[in-house]
Design a protein around this ligand. Sequence first.
Ligand code: ADP
Ligand code: ZN
Length: 705
Amino acid sequence: MDALSILRQTFGYSEFRGEQGDVINHVVSGGDALVLMPTGGGKSLCFQIPAIARPGLAIVVSPLIALMQDQVDALTQLGVKAAFVNSSMSFDEVQRVEQAMRNGELDLVYCAPERLLNEHFLSLMSRCQLSLFAIDEAHCVSQWGHDFRPEYVKLSVLHERFPEVPRIALTATADQATRNEIILRLQLEQARVFCSSFDRPNIFYQIVQKSNYKRQLKAFISDFQGEAGIVYCLSRKKTDQIASWLNTEGVQALAYHAGLPALTRSHNQSRFLREDGIVMVATVAFGMGIDKPDVRFVAHLDLPSSMEAYYQETGRAGRDGAPSSAWLCYGYQDVVLRRQMIQSGQGDESIKRLEGHKLNALLGLCETTQCRRQVMLGYFDEAYDKPCGHCDTCKEPVTTWDGTEAAQKAMSTIYRTGQRFGVGHLIDVLLAKDTEKTGKFGHDTLSTWGIGKNLTANQWRSVYRQLVAGGYLQVDMEGFGGLQLTEKSRPILQGKASIQLRYDAVTSTSNKQIDDSVVADPIWEALRAKRREIATREDIAPYMVFHDSTLKEMIMKKPRSLSQLAKISGVGQKKLEAFGAEFLEVIAEDTGNEVLNEQPGLSATQQETLLLHKAGCSIEDIVQQRELSSSTIYQHFAKLIEQGLLVFEEVFTLDSAEIGQIMDLFIQQDEELKKVKPLYQAFDGLYSYELLNCAKAEFNRLRLN
Ligand code: ADP
Ligand code: ZN
């Protein structure tokens, strides 16, 4: 079968997305490929379709056991012959898979790199007909990345042992350094590189200033009732606290961090994957391999470590392409904390400098007055021509004010107090607030005492945050977080440079999407309940039955028959047969229109013609509506008549004597296969070919019964 037919019949999608088609054609014809595509871009199909299209067995290298299970479950639902081998399986289970490999019964086998590289497995593979190697999460070869896996480096052995088998490596990591490392370490110099845009158009980005983060989070989450989301926190303690607080607020939340027992962790993770509408409150330990397509939001209650981390973590939202939100709540303390973490971390000065650079890029994104998407993609060297219109700064443009004088006051206060105090104390001095500390150090006698009364404490906090984020001030890491001047502050203090500061947004920009109306439809819950029921019965995750986007399309189109259902994106042949009827019943119950039963012998297009005819459409109506020729529609009619689904006399107004004459002429023909042309001539053109073809169908029906 060709690639496009596999996409349509097996996966139920109508078109390739982005570069998928090119990648797949290249690999099907035996080429090597390196595929760089953002999360949710559709990397899996890039190797799954070639695995089905090419003869033999595809080996998929994947670093995560949980992920293998999910992908194999999902493929099995589609009717694809896939299996996995990993350390969680018993000896017997492994034996069975290996036997199936030897017998050529599988299209794909997923396995972990360490297993692949042992001699037993290598020799097993040499006895199979191999169609391709797919190396998923290929950035794991990078020693600089946070997902480094030593076994990945050894995967170059595949190319040495099986030089004729094509390889496809895939990753969502965007930067050039990682890309080069993958090519080098996996010996992919000959591979064609497919690099997609790293934009995630369905994600709405927003960054708000932290004030009362619980209240802010609650307001943000209220847009996502019953939807799945992730809330990232920096510490384990905060993770636990937020999870239990959300539960008291009526949000179903679970916690995930490295401090929890392994069993609890995997239990929570599988509930998140398998149940609808769970919010996972997690540290970054909850990371790679969260392959759930319908995560509707990712919220950060603390600042991520870098631009890369922010992109990757927010990228877990909206893999299915449906509207999703990325929301970050950040404040002055976040900046200080992240800087301290870098300083006190391991690694030499050059690593710290690099980490500092990556953090600064993220701070730049937080403080920008421009389009967030432009800033972010620009950091990854991708030009994005105009403001996206789909981020907070585009939707509600940031207003700025001339902060030069405020910055001078803020800096002078730091200078006069000896560059060793934190923001709280500096603001007390600016506002002339008597405290034990101001008295003790005699700061109430300074020239800057009370010079800041034109702004509130919160506004000063914002000024200091922006100055630190912009590198005008630095935090003393050895001491107690005291603020110090930098080289960059001098021109401001001397009045040689000016500075624009932003007015902070504290409240979230609501990004409610149009498909709210669909979700508000009572049938939405009914369809989700049906999906849950099937998922439980089949022991798979609900999204493996159908994605949210597929259910939403069902609500919009309200299909009445299997052939109508088959047209909905995400409904492939296998799922249509397995679950189609059940979903049609749910829809029928809601609409009050009964399910249209169809004959198995008909094609979808013939069925549609039948439907329209039954709905009272004339031939002309059907021709117009379906944009098909009338001769095609008559061919459908002939087929329907032959199957007894359409009554000949209802289509053509002939009396029984006329029909009898026609039938007689068919009977008189000697051949087994009746011809229409002699009748056309015998009646001297009185009856059209279309009519006679239908009459022949009627004749066949009568003869067969
Ligand atoms: P990645 O591995 O790149 O993060 P996936 O392969 O998991 O992305 O695909 C993301 C989602 O997009 C999945 O839900 C998948 O079913 C869907 N998808 C992939 N290709 C297409 C396509 N051509 N048409 C419609 N949906 C697609
Ligand atoms: Zn924008």
